[in-house]
Ligand binder design. Structure first.
Ligand SMILES: Cc1cc2nc3c(=O)[nH]c(=O)nc-3n(C[C@H](O)[C@H](O)[C@H](O)COP(=O)(O)O)c2cc1C
Length: 155
């Protein structure tokens, strides 16, 4: 059976956010899952072809100045129209690392995802406040949920 493609487009400018990326990848690469390939692309390096090849997408960003990272915004700026007609319904999820808030970023990404007509697999995760090791467990679970859902054909 052809492997399903899970794409992670995540900005990771710090040790903590890099650990979040690694946790998502670890979850998606759970040993029981063998029909899903997960790929991490930094937002500035992701291109429309990556999205076109994806069967599901996880977005990850920091909150900066009340908004998503400029890197993730650049990803949307470059990829929005090239994928708009072809990827409607793409299963997606989002996590945000925010110092204290995260709502502005959530609203902004939700509005773009609405425009793209992607389908939320679960509510966005907002990892806010002081850093907690539990964030990594939730990020790992997110990767596992998406990969397991893809493998099982749930979405
Ligand atoms: C320039 C700048 C602006 C920021 N703006 C916000 C903000 O508006 N809301 C918020 O919750 N956190 C904000 N933060 C905190 C970042 O989200 C946080 O530092 C980042 O997610 C990295 O987290 P870490 O320190 O756990 O690695 C800002 C950080 C920087 C450097």
């Amino acid at each position: 059976m052809k492997q399903k493609q899970l794409l992670l487009v995540a900005h990771a400018p710090s040790d903590n956010t890099l650990a979040l990326v690694e946790a998502v990848l670890r979850g998606a690469r759970h040993p029981d899952i063998d029909q899903v390939e997960v790929t991490w692309k930094k937002p500035l390096e992701a291109v429309p072809e990556d999205v076109l090849a994806a069967d599901a997408i996880i977005l990850g960003t920091t909150e900066n100045l009340g908004y998503m990272s400029g890197a993730l915004k650049d990803f949307f700026d470059r990829c929005y129209y090239p994928v708009l007609d072809l990827k409607q319904g793409l299963p997606c999820a989002l996590y945000i690392r925010a110092g204290l808030d995260g709502t502005g970023t959530r609203r902004a990404v939700e509005s773009i995802v609405t425009g793209l007509r992607w389908t939320w697999v679960q509510d966005p995760l907002i990892f806010k406040g002081d850093w907690q090791p539990a964030f990594l467990e939730q990020a790992e679970e997110l990767g596992l949920t998406l990969a397991a859902g893809l493998e099982a054909g749930i979405f």
